[in-house]
Design a protein around this ligand. Structure first.
Ligand code: PEP
Ligand code: MG
Length: 625
């Protein structure tokens, strides 16, 4: 592996604007102005050089305004008109998406649809109407107060032990509610919306903040890059900017105050920097980075079609993890051959009721068909730990474990065996979907052979029942495998291998449980180390147990997506990885540059180490022979 590889894009992206356009027409900028380097969060890879253009949106100030009972009808009518207008605007926005690349549409359309739904017969709109009628407040006041109340309720769900991903998801949902409130208020008060149509070609858009719906209005064929003061790596705005392929840096403190009209800037969406008034040396380096990035993109898109085979000819299975179906186009684009981990928790989230067999079947079938013959490993519900799910709590399906340690209490398979109806419904939906393409079923949080046996009994019973019901099932039942994600399961891997059809090593939880470190606790984040020798030994032990039984074994925890660790994992005997779609090309690139013997020697050296610092140093130094 070449350690001087140029920085890697955070995500495989379409290239909507030719890179040369991004710096072909660089104005001279402010004469004699000093170079200013500002740093923020790199959210969308790529480097661009261009003149900066700021956009601002006048704030809409809403004061709490009471009304008389006689005004209720008029205020309600104003609200209905604003809803209608908002719906039209969003409809137009939705239609505009068709000009974007397919994968960008797939990212953005669901958000716009969610907005359209929110202004339909939703809890939000019911609440706003109630406030006007019962609390006697103006339509604007009702919108602001209702959206704020809902957003605060959503944010209150963000517990201290939530993972960073979960907290980001909670913040996003609260933002979406506030965003729809702002749109309604603008339409109620006839305040103008921001327009991006006047931005010159090749411009760098600078703003205090950019809403996801604003990002959906950007034209990636005209714009060079985006930089804002607000925003983070996991927000919808960031997701959209990545989908649009616009180099972007968000969360840049002091940005708006620092720019002057006509300034030239370099936006580096990999380093997370915005350089105002770049000097000659900076410009030369930036141009080089632009070219290197364009080449990198080309190389990755070529890689998509190449097989994941080592230099010595050994094939490695490279699949993708899927958390929400919106990721499907990215997976198709990434070059992954199948889905190695479909986390089904998403189906139970953001809804008030538990999905029935038909609702689940429709989703699984959609995924299986979208993979067009490539295998899909569906993991049954992994409730518990940090994964609390409102619909299950509301429906009284899950026990109250507030007084217990949720990570060590009822979670994953433990819940499903206690709630057979929940388990059976999900298994029935999966088994029916398996008639449409190759599927594997995976059990989370297994610690004993008894759990696997009990789960298999239920699995076979559900299949028999479906056959009696006349459902079309695959002739052979899909393999039933397990996650190896606790030290107990790893150390009992040889016994578990007699019961399970395959293993998927979940290093995220395996690291947490082995080192007694909560995955989402920032106090001990420095101790969360998948390269700790104890974790690596458990990975090795479980892998060898599976290989002895000639049983398929893969890694689907985050470490599988880190290309620096690919040689080590291959050296430990692993030939199957399931990774984030964006990591597929990078991991594939490494697979194609290594040979099995050198990986095996490397893994032996690593496994002799007792100090994670030394392990890190060896990994940083690894060079393919
Ligand atoms: C894991 O624990 O490594 C894993 C893949 O499962 P999850 O991250 O969904 O808990
Ligand atoms: Mg896990």
């Amino acid at each position: 592996m070449n350690r001087t590889d140029p920085p890697v894009p955070a995500r495989a992206l379409p290239a909507p604007i030719p890179q040369h356009k991004r710096f072909s027409r660089v104005p001279s900028g402010r004469q004699g102005a000093a170079e200013i380097v500002l740093t923020g969060i790199a959210v969308s890879a790529g480097v661009a050089i261009g003149p900066v253009f700021g956009t601002t949106e006048a704030p809409t100030q809403i004061i709490h305004k009471r009304i008389h009972a006689s005004d209720i009808a008029a205020q309600t009518a104003r609200l209905e008109a604003a809803i209608l207008q908002s719906r039209k605007q969003l409809g137009k926005l939705r239609a505009r998406l068709s000009v974007l690349p397919e994968e960008s549409q797939a990212e953005i359309a669901p958000l716009i649809d969610a907005y359209i739904q929110m202004i339909g017969p939703s809890r939000l709109i019911r609440g706003v109407r109630r406030r006007i009628g019962e609390m006697l407040v103006s339509a604007e006041t009702a919108v602001v107060e209702e959206t704020e109340a809902i957003a605060c309720t959503i944010q209150a769900q963000d517990s201290a032990d939530a993972t960073a991903d979960e907290s980001a998801g909670t913040a996003r949902r609260a933002d979406e509610i506030r965003e729809i409130g702002r749109r309604l208020v603008r339409n109620l008060t006839h305040a103008p919306f921001r327009s991006f149509s006047g931005l010159p070609e090749g411009a760098i858009l600078v703003a205090e903040g950019l809403r996801p719906a604003d990002a959906a209005l950007l034209d990636p064929s005209r714009l060079a890059a985006v930089a804002t003061e607000e925003g983070g790596a996991d927000g919808h705005t960031a997701i959209m900017l990545r989908a649009l392929g616009l180099p972007s840096v968000l969360g840049v403190e002091g940005l708006v105050a620092a720019i002057r009209p006509g300034d030239v800037a370099v936006v580096d969406g990999v380093a997370g920097t915005v350089i105002l008034n770049p000097g000659a040396a900076t410009l030369v380096a930036a141009r080089r980075a632009v070219t290197a990035f364009a080449r990198e993109r080309q190389r990755y898109s070529r890689l998509r079609r190449l097989p994941a085979v080592t230099l010595c000819g050994e094939a490695v299975e490279l699949q993708a993890n899927l958390e929400i179906p919106v990721e499907l186009p990215l997976i198709a684009q990434s070059g992954a051959v199948g889905i190695g981990l479909l986390r089904t928790e998403f189906m139970f989230m953001n809804r008030e009721t538990v999905p029935d067999e038909v609702a689940q079947f429709d989703i699984y079938r959609g995924v299986v068909e979208a993979m067009a013959g490539d295998p899909v490993t569906i993991r049954v519900l992994d409730w518990g730990g940090e994964k609390d799910i409102e619909a299950l709590t509301n429906a009284g399906v899950v026990p109250d474990v507030t007084n217990a340690n949720p990570a060590l209490s009822i979670r994953g398979i433990r819940l499903l065996l206690r709630k057979p109806e929940l388990f059976e419904t999900q298994l029935a939906a999966i088994l029916r979907a398996a008639a449409f393409g190759p599927v594997r079923v995976m059990l989370p949080m297994v610690t004993t052979v008894g759990e696997v046996r009990a789960a298999r009994e239920i699995y076979e019973r559900v299949a028999r029942r479906l056959r009696r019901r006349g459902e079309r099932l695959a002739d052979k039942l899909p393999p039933l495998g397990i996650m190896i994600e606790t030290p107990g399961a790893a150390l009992a891997a040889d016994a578990l291998a007699l019961e399970a059809d395959f293993f998927a090593i979940g290093t995220n939880d395996l690291t947490a449980y082995t080192l007694a470190v909560d995955r989402g606790d920032s106090h001990v984040a420095d101790l969360y180390d998948p390269l700790h020798p104890a974790v690596l030994r458990l990975v090795q032990f479980a892998t060898e147990a599976a290989l002895r039984m000639r049983m398929p074994v893969s890694v689907c925890g985050e470490i599988a997506g880190n290309p620096r660790l690919t040689p080590l994992l291959i050296g430990l005997g692993l030939r199957s990885f399931s990774v984030n779609a964006s990591a597929v090309p990078r991991v594939k690139q490494v697979i194609r540059r290594v040979d099995i013997d050198s990986c095996a020697r490397f893994a032996r050296r690593i496994m002799e180490q007792s100090d994670p610092t030394m392990i890190r140093a060896l990994i940083a130094d690894f060079k393919a022979e």
